[in-house]
Design a protein around this ligand. Structure first.
Ligand code: PBG
Ligand code: ZN
Length: 325
């Protein structure tokens, strides 16, 4: 026999006591784009509120971030000179290396994650070295210089390395290179399940990294593949990744949940540029209640299984969370 109960509605304070998912300022990593020069803070037209900044501006920005309780950033570099192998990223005096050193010197309490890839540094805009005949990225040649880039970041003082190029075997290569150079305890957050996505459009404006020919489909994943998505992340776990990631976030929350259930590693989502731009534009045109939708979106990431959220909304969310208390 089926017995019917009348359940009490949990209102008011009790509603927050029983809430299953919480968004905290500590969950966030905020992306920053550094370029050379002085006093430069250029807003990206497709991403209102996101800027390319010179290092002096980045240092000021860190002060603002800390006031909001945000202590973690992920750094992207925009070099003055791009070439076929992305030399700037392999040089101790390159933009990223210089930026890490300056940030860690002035703000030792900031946790600095570095995006490790070549697309921002190559003149062709691909994520590695190109095979001339084939016009595709040469995986193994790219692995070799990726190891060098990781050690450059480590020596400059990076707190965590985040390879985003989706090269096969990258985690094992980086772990070996870092260990050999004496950085056994430097963690790797892998962009382990990264889809070939239209949502990266605005980022490529900021990072000036649109490929000059072809696309990234030969190394990034097909959005239609669910089992492959899980396998990619598990393969990185087996190679020694410390944190796994799904990117983009919104259209892939099923994948986040599935990987979360298949691993015991912490998980990150990257709430990418196109996702940010969509909410911004809808908000600016009064089509949605912007703050409410942003928060709802962040809760969804956590509910799906994300421990870490990389998001251009981080400052806004931090401000909203402050207002709550
Ligand atoms: C570089 C990289 C990309 C993003 C982060 N690292 C772009 C790409 O693959 O084209 C995208 C981030 C975003 O869209 O916000 N490999
Ligand atoms: Zn790349």
């Amino acid at each position: 026999m089926f017995q019917r109960f009348r359940r009490t509605r949990l209102n008011g304070h009790l509603r927050s006591l029983v809430r299953e998912t919480h968004v905290n300022v500590e969950d966030f990593i905020y992306p920053l784009f550094v370029r050379s020069g002085k006093g430069i803070k250029t807003e990206v037209s497709s991403m209102p509120g996101v800027f390319q900044m010179s290092l002096d501006e980045i240092l000021k920005e860190c002060v603002e971030l800390k006031k909001l309780g945000l202590y973690s950033i992920i750094l992207f570099g925009i070099p003055d000179v791009k070439d076929s192998i992305g030399s700037d990223s392999l040089c101790e005096h390159g933009i990223i290396s210089t930026a890490i050193k300056a940030i860690k010197k002035e703000h030792p309490d900031m946790f600095v994650v570095t995006d490790l890839c070549f697309c921002e540094y190559t003149d062709h805009g691909h994520c590695g070295i190109i095979d001339d005949e084939k016009e595709t990225v040469n995986n193994d040649a790219t692995l070799e210089i990726s190891g060098q880039q990781a050690v450059i970041h480590a020596k400059a003082g990076a707190d965590m390395i985040a390879p985003s190029g989706m090269m096969d075997g990258i985690i094992e290569t980086l772990r070996d290179s870092l260990d050999e150079a004496g950085f056994e305890n430097l963690p790797i957050m892998s962009y382990s399940t990264k889809f070939s996505s239209g949502y990266y459009g605005p980022f490529r404006d900021v990072a000036e990294s649109t490929p000059s020919f072809g696309d990234r489909a030969s190394y990034q994943m097909d959005p239609a593949n669910r089992r492959e998505a899980v396998n990619e992340s598990i393969s990185d776990e087996l190679q020694g990744a410390d944190i796994l990631m799904v990117k983009p976030a919104l259209a892939y929350l099923d994948i986040v949940r599935e990987i979360k259930d298949a691993t015991s590693l912490p998980m990150a989502v990257y709430n990418v540029s196109g996702e940010y731009a969509m909410l911004k534009m809808a908000g600016a045109n009064n089509l949605i209640d912007y703050d409410r939708v942003v928060m709802e979106t962040m809760v969804a990431f956590k509910r799906a299984g994300a421990d870490i959220i990389i998001s251009y909304h981080a400052k806004e969310v931090a401000t909203m969370l402050k207002g709550k208390i």
